[in-house]
Design a protein around this ligand. Structure first.
Ligand SMILES: [Zn+2]
Length: 172
């Protein structure tokens, strides 16, 4: 950081403190040559992320849209809205830290799944069934086997999906 007065590049930090409600760090600096003081602000770089959808269309990453999708999958699973907000925060932060500014929607889906799995298996299954668009019941059973869980709620979900699958096959 060059001194704004003499353009010298070396300075020392006199004081650092949180500013803008924790969104940045304010540093008071002193130039090592002219000894004048100036202030710098350090912020996390926020760059728009482009999502590449299944059909190849591109759109800006929209955290509210993502949250809506997750909320739908997590209805009646006992996951709080704060937990869901945190989940979306984590995914957004992860995407922000990547060097690449484009991400496939399927990658975001997988990130959601990784996180949901630790929160609720039912929510995980529901989200997976929508996001991965299971290729038939085999795919779904494979996913279930990964979970190695056998709760009655999960069995009910399987029954429902089997029924959906059967009616889909019957109508095609
Ligand atoms: Zn200076």
């Amino acid at each position: 950081m060059r001194c704004p007065f003499c353009q010298y590049t070396d300075n020392r930090v006199l004081e650092s403190r949180s500013a803008e409600a924790g969104q940045s760090v304010r540093r008071r600096r002193e130039c090592l040559r002219c000894e004048r003081r100036f202030t710098t602000y350090e912020r996390i770089e926020y760059v728009p992320i482009t999502v590449i959808k299944r059909d190849g269309d591109r759109e800006s990453f929209d955290r509210f849209k993502l949250l809506r999708g997750i909320v739908r999958a997590c209805e009646k699973t006992g996951i709080s809205s704060v937990q869901l907000e945190n989940l979306v925060d984590e995914i957004e932060a992860e995407l922000q830290q990547r060097a690449v500014r484009e991400v496939n929607s399927s990658e975001i889906g997988e990130l959601v799944l990784q996180n949901l799995r630790t929160l609720s298996e039912v929510a995980y299954i529901r989200f997976a069934s929508v996001y991965r668009k299971f290729q038939g019941i085999r795919d779904f059973v494979d996913t279930l086997n990964h979970l190695r869980s056998n709760t009655s709620q999960l069995q009910a979900e399987v029954k429902q999906l089997e029924a959906d699958d059967a009616s889909m096959l019957a109508s095609s």
